[in-house]
Design a binder for this molecule. Sequence first.
Ligand code: ADP
Length: 295
Amino acid sequence: MASKTYVTTIDERDTKLRLDDISTEPDKGVTREDAEARFGELSAELFGLQDLLWGAKTHSVLIVLQGMDTAGKDGVIKHVAGCLNPRGTNVVSFGVPTKEEQEHDFLWRVHRHAPRKGELALFNRSHYEDVLVVRVNNLVPESLWKERYGHIRDFEELLCEHDTIVLKFFLHISKSEQERRLLDREKDPSTAWKLNVNDWRTREKWRDFQDAYEEVLRRCATPRAPWHIVPADSKWFRNLAVITTTLNTLRPYKKIWQRKLDDMGLRGAAELAEYRRLQPAERGKSGKGDSRKGD
Ligand code: ADP
């Protein structure tokens, strides 16, 4: 448990993990006001780090968001992706697989959205649905989905080997908080568009889904692709926990990225100096004295 990040981080096999033992509520010592102010500061820091990531192009970042309906996957995207530079940010939502997707292995549609170097991708649902909804609703034979935990670990290891920094967040809400949120949607005309009877159908299988999530958390957490369990009953705390954990993971790379940019700057300056040295007469004729500035 890493209390400073406000989340429970699992980075190895943990056969005893039980979600009922992990709180869905915010830390007692954090107020909403403080959390929102802190989120503002951290979002500026994340924006700066993303610029380094983009320029250095030595790594990519993959953020996977999973959770029960209403747990806040969309909310995290709105707030965290909202403070990033759209250039270099990719949000991908995974719904029921299309016919074409079903004709491939389950990782096919996911792998093609893995972020390239310099980019940050946020997955709203992911390859984990193939051992969650698929398992609970018996969409493929057990013999098939059982093999997928190993495939998922290998897949994420492959991404890490190619310098992808992987963060996986399970947004942990209580059953009662989910009920409140679903009922709120009915009361508020501005959120009525989100009403979906399937959310209530899925809720009837709450325990089955929690079991499926426990299995995922127990079996698919590795040192390089850990799971972070986020207490998500309060939206403001959830946002703070996600951005804090993301920054704690990315900060150690800052020096590497900065050094790469410094090297690129030196190389660019040297090439420019060489260019000018070889073309003194040309340079004198054009562009001299143009003081317009770009971004
Ligand atoms: P959301 O609920 O994430 O806001 P949607 O209403 O589009 O978005 O729901 C997406 C649906 O797609 C969910 O019910 C989810 O369980 C389902 N889904 C995602 N991946 C798979 C999959 N691999 N197989 C079957 N269903 C899936």
